[in-house]
Design a protein around this ligand. Structure first.
Ligand code: FMN
Length: 153
């Protein structure tokens, strides 16, 4: 089983959680790697038509895909939305999803962002098997990350 953890992270929270997932998967003997989406703008949260994806990781050759993104404005980040939309068919791929956010409750954007990711992946024929929402504030980060690892690793 070969897993690609494909992430977009602007300030590091999503990357840190992805790194934990990578370590956990590798500790069980799984083959896994992190692949990062890169964009042209340092602060890409505005008008996505002005944002170029400068690095679009390929999904070819992996049995399992994990997509991870921050929440922006109670939604999936525009960068991840743009990346997922340009992917080819995901038929036959097992897919896991997680998002990180800052506000204290999952309905303050986290759950909606997951629904948006799930919908794009399923439209492309992907099989979404697990999801998690991580609140990145100090009070919840550790517990939510542990929960993500239980669901996704
Ligand atoms: C433009 C912008 C909008 C955001 N909107 C939300 C939001 O609606 N809800 C929330 O909980 N966090 C929101 N956040 C906080 C981020 O989701 C959170 O800090 C996330 O962990 C950042 O991930 P990253 O460090 O991987 O970029 C927002 C952050 C930015 C920059």
């Amino acid at each position: 089983m070969k897993t690609a953890i494909i992430i977009y992270s602007n300030t590091g929270n999503t990357r840190r959680a992805a790194q934990k997932l990578l370590e956990k998967l590798k500790s069980t003997g799984a083959e896994a790697e992190i692949r990062e989406i890169q964009v042209s703008n340092a602060k890409p949260e505005g008008d996505m038509s002005r944002v170029q994806l400068t690095q679009t990781p390929s999904v070819e050759g992996f049995d399992r895909l994990v997509f991870a993104s921050p929440v922006w404005a109670f939604s999936l980040s525009g960068v991840m939305k743009k990346y997922l939309s340009q992917l080819p068919k995901l038929t036959g791929n097992k897919i896991s999803l997680f998002v990180t956010h800052q506000l204290p409750l999952p309905w303050m954007g986290g759950n909606r962002a997951i629904r948006q990711m799930k919908s794009i992946c399923e439209e492309k024929g992907g099989d979404v098997v697990s999801t998690a929402v991580i609140c990145a504030n100090d009070a919840r980060r550790e517990r939510d990350t542990a929960d993500m690892l239980r669901r996704l690793a």
